[in-house]
Design a protein around this ligand. Structure first.
Ligand code: MLT
Length: 264
């Protein structure tokens, strides 16, 4: 589905009924990342999964896309969909940076957080230099060059042989990234604020899900967030890398369901 928001056409999926659950995808992906969770959780929640600015069916405007800008896009979408109470905000990787930005901006609108394959810290000098290299790559060769560069580390090493459909699916989802969107998101992630000090102030329940073999964001980052949060539950998902919801959809969704039910 697509919706005209003030200043932005936004693509999104919506399925199920119950308490609202906003699902935010990672980089350089689209809302298709959450296809299985929409199916598996539709009996538990009203699941809303937008394409972030510059990805999938959401318009690509020139960057940078700050985390605040992307969080406010999602807030406007919820508003237009008539969701005006608290929501559970779940995000994977970039989506997790955004879930934290959403809490920082609209704490009264957050019933709980799901932080998947993400970290609280900002980019250090090495990560920032890597962002610049990827921005240059996207500008010279396009978004798909960045996507292809990420693919070999996106999944757990054994998923490449054991789960060929998931490899194809990940590659396919990344085809929905636009050149402008990739540059805008890389610029925004490079300058995102550090959320480490926010964690002890989050007085909502938080579910942390992380692939035990994540090659992009090490599981130690999930453990560090768990150590600073007041009300968190951490589950490391075996045989999963940076896309645990695609690699182990049943386990991942079951953890989400238990968490959602605990909030009712
Ligand atoms: C993501 O999966 O969203 C990205 O790997 C996050 C990042 O590049 O920091």
């Amino acid at each position: 589905m697509r919706l005209q928001l003030p200043g932005l056409v936004m693509g999104y999926d919506e399925k199920g009924s119950g308490p609202p659950l906003l699902l935010l995808h990672g980089f350089p992906l689209t809302r298709r990342l959450w296809r299985k969770q929409l199916e598996l959780l539709q009996d538990t929640a009203r699941v809303i999964a937008p394409d972030l600015r510059g990805f999938g069916e959401t318009e690509a405007t020139p960057g940078p896309y700050s985390m605040d800008l992307l969080a406010s896009d999602c807030f406007t979408l919820l508003d237009q969909l008539g969701v005006d109470g608290p929501v559970v905000v779940g995000g994977l990787s970039l989506g997790g940076y955004l879930a934290l930005a959403f809490f920082r901006r609209y704490p009264e609108r957050v019933a709980g957080l799901i932080l998947a394959a993400t970290r609280a810290g900002a980019d250090g000098p090495e990560a920032r230099a890597n962002r610049d290299r990827n921005i240059a790559l996207a500008q010279e060769k396009g978004a798909q060059a960045v996507a292809e560069g990420m693919l070999p580390r996106l999944l757990a090493p054994r998923s490449y042989e054991a789960l060929p459909d998931v490899v194809d699916e990940a590659r396919d989802i990344m085809r929905g990234a636009s050149d402008t969107g990739v540059v805008g998101a890389l610029q925004g992630m490079k300058d995102r604020p550090d959320s480490t000090d926010l964690l002890p102030n989050i007085d909502r329940p938080v579910l942390i899900l992380h692939g035990s073999e994540d090659q992009i964001i090490p599981p130690a980052e999930a453990e560090a967030m768990h150590g600073r949060l007041r009300r968190s539950y951490l589950k490391l998902i075996p045989d999963a890398g940076h896309l645990p919801n695609l690699e182990q959809p049943i386990t991942f969704s079951a953890e989400m369901r238990t968490f959602l039910k605990s909030l009712l």
